[in-house]
Every structure is written in C-alpha cells, then in structure tokens.
Design a protein around this ligand. Structure first.
Ligand code: NAD
Length: 499
C-alpha cells in the first residue's frame, strides 16, 4: 500500500503527501493499521487520512532513536551543521509547498502568516547550526594543581507539538536538538499532522542518518503519553496547554526524564497615560488578533489607565476594523483565518457568551454586518472586543485562545501591576509608556518570561523564550535552548599529588 497520497490543495498546489509514520528514515504504516482524518478548518472538508501511531509505534520510534544515538553522537559538529544548513535550503526550496500545506491544514492565511512561519523554520535551522560545532563546556579552576572541565552530551528526546504553529513550533524544538546531536521522536498535533510529514522527507534528503529524526502522528492520550512516560527517552519537550503540560510532567516522573514545558498564557498589555496611543493600539491589535488569537503570547488582556481609556478604545476599534479581514486563507486579502477546529470554535463561542453573561460590554464581534461577510463554511470567528471587564470575569482569567480580547481600566501604576500579575500564567507582558524609567520600574515587577516594551509579539529567535508560573518550565530559543538539549558531565582533573 502506498504511504503517499496525491493531493491538490485549494490554491492549485499538487504534491504527494506522506501519510505514514517516519521511523528509521522509512515510511511505515501504524502497527494497528488505524488512520485518522485531518480537516481543512476553512472549508470543514477532510484533506486526507494519515496513519495513527499508538504506544507500540512510539516504542519502535524510540528504539530507532536510541540505536541511532550510538553513532550519531560521534559525528563531528561541523557535519551536523552542514546537514542543518542543507535542510534550511531544502525548506526554502519547498517554501510554497510547505506554506500551502500549513495554510490548508491549520487555517493560517497563506500570504500574511504561513509563509512567514516556514521562513522562520529555515532561519532557525541556520541559527542553531551555528551552535553544532561550538558546544563548549567550561574550565573551572579549583586549586593550583586541580581544576575541572565540563562537557556536554546529547540526549535521546521526545517532543510534543501543538497545532497553532505546527512546523514552526516543532522547529523551536528540533533545531536546537539537532544542533546538540540529539536523536528525536517528535509528535505533531492530531489536528495538524501534515507539514511535519512533508518536512520529514526533506530531513532524509538533507542526509540525516536513519533514526535521528522520527515522526509519529497521533493522539495525546496514547502516542503523546507514551513519549512522556517512555523509559528510554532522556527528555520530553512539550508545547501545549497547561493542563496537558501537567499530565506530561507527571508521566515523565516514570524515569525522572528532563522536562521542558511551553504552556498557556493570558498576557497583559498595559497602556499608561503617557503612551503613544496610536502605536499602542496598532501593536495591541496585532499582538491580539494575529493567527486568529491562537497565540500563546497573545495580549488577550488589555489594561488601560483611566485617563486615556476612552481614547485608546476608539483607536483600538478603528485599528481592529481596518487590519483584520476575515476570509479564506488562500485569498490574498485575508488576514484572519478560521480557528483550528469545531471544538475550538465552540469553546470560543462559549467564552463569548460567558463574557456577555458576566456583564462585559461587547463593542466588536458578532455584529450582523461582520457575520454576513464571513464565508458560509469554516470555523470563522470575527475579532471580538469586550470592554469594561472586571478582574474576576472568566474572560479575564482564562486562556480563550481565539480572537477575543478583554479590556479593563486601572488608575495607578501599583494597580496596573497588581492586576497584570493576578493570573496563574506568566508567559509575556507588554508595557506602553514613553517614560523609560516608569517602563523599567513596571516591567521589573511583572511576572512574565518575556516583556515587550512599546511592542507586542515581536519575538526573535536569538532571544530566550519561556514562561513563569503555570506558563512553563525552561527557555527555548536563543543560546538557552542549547541547555535544554544537552546534559553536562563534570571531570575533576588532579594534576598534583595531593594524597
Ligand atoms: P494541547 O495541550 O491540547 O495539545 C498539545 C499536544 O499535546 C498535542 O500534540 C497533543 O496531542 C498532546 N497531548 C495531549 N494530551 C497528552 C497527554 N496526556 N500526554 C502527552 N501529550 C498529550 O494543546 P493545543 O490545543 O494543541 O495547543 C494550544 C495550547 O498550547 C494553548 O494553551 C497555548 O497557549 C499553548 N502554546 C504554548 C506555547 C508556548 O510557547 N508557551 C506555544 C504555542 C502554544
């Protein structure tokens, strides 16, 4: 049976979609023979069915990764770097294909969103390739005739990915892991399996040996959990919701494997009375609605100083209306695609109803004219803005993960910080003020892993990224990512005769 399926995507791109599991550089069917369907969220139509990995398949993939480590660990860093650079070229050569697959499978507008995601994968491969031959340890002087050195060792790793940036989020994990010489078993989200499968063929083409990079498509409770608990994996890296992150951490206790978690967020954006309000409105709109609000660092809470509250809201409303054109992801004008699934659509709708019931005022959202402009099918939700929100409202406290923002007021700097920190999450925070001293003082008090001063969601691959509190453990991106994928061994060097 063929493990490829010929497909034509809605923008006319024709290609052969791998549908198997990628283990030991081979496409294989799942041991159970089971498959699952992936759906285009813009049309609600199935795209294709792919093989579904269960625990046995994960075991096979882990065995392949473990075997590959025996030789891959000794391959010189320069050679690993060259393969990564080659892979980045292959990603660029296949940018149209990968971005089209991503747009169809995850509902990202092709022009304004999915192309950028794929470019970021190519860029991050190059960035991390630079580390492959620079994985230095340290020399630590202890005494005149005694010192220690440290060396870094790669790990056999499991990686679990969400659906909101399917290939890009995967790259935040596999790029540093490949640079460090790790071998990998990676699981995509069951909602967006396609781009990682297309990418796996490129990994093989770039010359990575069998077993270094293995892909298992499948569900969380079976394949995901097996990765988290697997006794032969040294580490699990997870991105997804906080609730699942907790489960992953629990399962990982089976062999005390290393755990890094990138979880949920409810990031506050603070607008002070001395801010450039037009700039604040533009960034707040971008940082909230990009990717239909399905962004872990979306500034989904906006806190505005009472003296500039009305003015900011007017500007924000104009900005939202102007910038976000809801539509089919292959329509060049569309800037806002559907949300990922029927489940997510229903969940967001429930939050909107809850917001109204709890007394928040909806000034943009399900208005008739916006609804009329939406496509007939697809999980589309227009940008939805609630104002006059209170701190204890559900839409202020919980992560909605859709294009819904909750705006409220504060009077003093102290109140702004208190409200901003009143959350179980601590992923990001944004501060708008033109008084640098004030900005710095406020920012120092905010409980968040990334602080954006006078901007929002403009992260860079060179800068560490990761959450405080229940938003996660460990930092991805930047040099810090290398620490996630190596284990340090200390060597005591006695050059004297001390005994
Ligand atoms: P999710 O938690 O539902 O699923 C994430 C992944 O975990 C999927 O691959 C899923 O199959 C797997 N999974 C589910 N149950 C599992 C289990 N018991 N054991 C192991 N794996 C399991 O999250 P999602 O809905 O795919 O993604 C949205 C969430 O991801 C949001 O909360 C968002 O904030 C978060 N996110 C965080 C970051 C970050 O960097 N902090 C980035 C992107 C998304």
């Amino acid at each position: 049976m063929s493990l490829y399926k010929d497909l034509t995507l809605p923008n006319g791109v024709r290609y052969s979609q791998p549908i198997g599991l990628f283990i030991d550089n081979q496409w294989v069917a799942s041991s159970s023979g089971k498959t699952f369907e992936t759906v285009n969220p813009s049309t609600e139509e199935p795209i294709v069915s792919v093989y579904e990995a269960d625990e046995h398949d994960v075991d096979k993939a882990v065995s392949a990764a473990k075997e590959a480590m025996k030789t891959w660990r000794d391959v010189p860093g320069e050679e690993k770097a060259q393969k990564m650079i080659k892979l980045s070229f292959l990603v660029r050569e296949n940018l149209k294909l990968l971005a089209s697959v991503e747009a169809a499978d995850s509902g990202k507008p092709y022009e304004t969103n999915s192309k950028g995601d794929i470019e970021s994968v190519a860029n991050y491969l190059v960035y991390c390739a630079g580390f492959a031959d620079k994985l230095h340890g340290k020399m630590i002087p202890i005494a005149k005739d005694r010192y220690a050195i440290t060396k870094r060792y790669p790990l056999v790793v499991g990686q679990i990915i969400p659906w909101n940036y399917p290939l890009s989020m995967a790259s935040w994990k596999f790029c540093p892991a490949l640079a460090c010489g790790c071998t990998i078993v990676i699981k995509s989200s069951e909602l967006t399996p396609l781009s990682l499968l297309v990418f796996a063929d490129l990994v093989k083409k770039a010359g990575f040996p069998s077993g270094v990079f293995n892909v298992v498509s499948g569900f969380g409770a079976s394949a995901g959990n097996r990765i988290a608990e697997h006794p032969d994996l040294d580490k699990v890296a997870f991105t997804g919701s906080t609730a699942t992150g907790q489960k992953v951490m629990k399962s990982a206790t089976s062999n005390l494997k290393h755990v890094s978690l990138e979880c949920g967020g409810k990031s506050p954006l603070l607008v002070f009375d001395d801010a450039d309000l037009e700039q604040a409105a533009k960034w707040a709109s971008f940082g909230m609605m990009y990717n239909s609000g399905q962004n872990c660092t979306a500034n989904s809470r906006i806190l505005v100083q009472d003296t500039v509250y009305d003015k900011f809201i007017d500007l924000f409303k104009v900005e939202i209306t102007k910038s976000w054109i809801v539509g089919n992801v292959f329509d060049e004008k569309a800037t806002l695609g559907p949300v990922i699934s029927k489940g997510q659509y229903d969940k967001i709708k429930r939050y909107i109803t809850k917001g109204k019931e709890e007394g928040a005022k909806m000034i943009l959202g399900e208005e008739r004219e916006q609804l009329n402009s939406l496509p007939d099918k697809g999980y589309f939700i227009p940008p939805t803005v609630f104002i006059d929100c209170k701190q204890d409202m559900t839409i202020v406290q919980e992560e909605i993960f859709g294009p819904v923002v909750a705006i409220s007021k504060f009077s003093t700097d102290h109140e702004a910080v208190e409200k901003a920190n009143d959350s179980i999450y601590g992923l990001a925070a944004m501060v708008f003020s033109q008084n640098f001293q004030r900005v710095q003082t406020i920012a120092d008090q905010l409980e968040a892993g990334s602080i954006y001063l006078n901007s929002s969601n403009d992260e860079d691959i060179r800068v560490p990224f990761g959450g405080f509190k229940m938003s996660g453990i460990g930092k991805e991106l930047g040099e810090d990512a290398i620490d996630l994928y190596t284990e340090t061994k200390s060597f005591y060097m006695n050059v004297g005769h001390r005994i």
